[in-house]
Design a protein around this ligand. Structure first.
Ligand code: COA
Length: 254
């Protein structure tokens, strides 16, 4: 079982649970998360969704083996696109408890959550360029908008890792919590929606998201097409092989 879902006190928890591979996300895992989000959205008794990982690891991002063997085509039918679209389309509040490292899509998905709490041991990183890839799911739009071009360039072009406090300073996260408290804290915040009128919560979320929706989807489509091409590039192949061979990639020949 690599994605566990449970409903408790009107909150659906989606727990990424593949610690032996640092919670790397496979196509099957994206599908399970997409289905859980779609079901939570459709269930009137659900008031919020909580996305969490394992102690010390939120997710190491897309499974790199999957990237090599089954690269997404950049269309809306791929499991990763279904998951991210379900996240974008979720009308209920989505709360993230970042229990540890959040790499690649692990950080990208936070940009589409409503409340984000990060463990004091977590490191976030978006090393797309280091892997021969490009930013995804509107991060090339949302990150510069949140923190300005130069800070976003450190994260998206250099792939510089950053801490939970940096994420708070940049407007990606609400607060940093001790590692042992982050999930309970996020859950308490998710449960606060139980006492609020659900239609007003939903409409508030819709209004907050509406002004950027069309642009976000447009940018996502452009990034997705380029990402799919980059996945098949010699630069990306070198980066993926280097990861599994536990060596530094060598881009000097490109
Ligand atoms: N895809 C596939 N396998 C992954 C993975 C990923 N994204 N991340 C980790 N793994 C696997 C490793 O290959 C290793 O497998 P093995 O035990 O069979 O050798 C196992 O998970 C443990 O990873 P390891 O790198 O040894 O753990 P670590 O604690 O030293 O480092 C990370 C943890 C998350 C910093 C490191 O694994 C990492 O950088 N992962 C890749 C992140 C990435 O580039 N993601 C893609 C973003 S687009």
């Amino acid at each position: 079982m690599t994605i566990r879902t449970a409903t408790l006190n009107h909150v659906v928890t989606i727990e990424i649970a593949r610690p032996e591979k640092k919670n790397a996300l496979t196509q099957a895992m994206y599908t399970a998360m997409a289905e859980a989000l779609i079901a939570a959205n459709a269930d009137a008794s659900v008031r919020a969704v909580l996305i969490t990982g394992q102690p010390g690891i939120f997710t190491s991002g897309n499974d790199i083996e999957d990237f090599m063997q089954r690269p997404p085509q950049g269309d809306s039918a791929s499991p990763v696109a279904r998951f991210m679209t379900a996240l974008l389309d979720c009308e209920k509040p989505v709360v993230a408890a970042v229990t540890g490292a959040a790499i690649g899509i692990g950080t990208t998905m936070l940009l589409h959550c409503d409340l984000v709490y990060v463990s004091d041991e977590a490191r976030l990183a978006m090393p797309f360029v280091s892997l021969g890839l490009v930013p995804e799911y509107a991060s090339s739009l949302l990150l510069p908008a949140l923190m300005g071009h130069v800070k976003a360039a450190e994260k998206l072009m250099l792939g510089e890792p950053f801490t939970g406090s940096d994420a708070v300073d940049c407007g990606i996260a609400n607060a940093v919590l001790p590692a042992g408290e982050v999930v309970n804290h996020a859950r308490r915040l998710a449960e606060r929606f139980n006492a609020l009128p659900p239609t007003a919560v939903r409409e508030a979320k819709r209004l907050m998201r509406a002004p950027n929706q069309a642009r976000i989807r447009e940018v996502m489509a452009a990034e997705g097409a380029l990402f799919a091409t980059r996945l098949r590039s010699p630069e990306a192949m070198e980066a993926f092989q280097a990861f599994f061979q536990k060596r530094q990639p060598d881009f000097s020949q490109f």
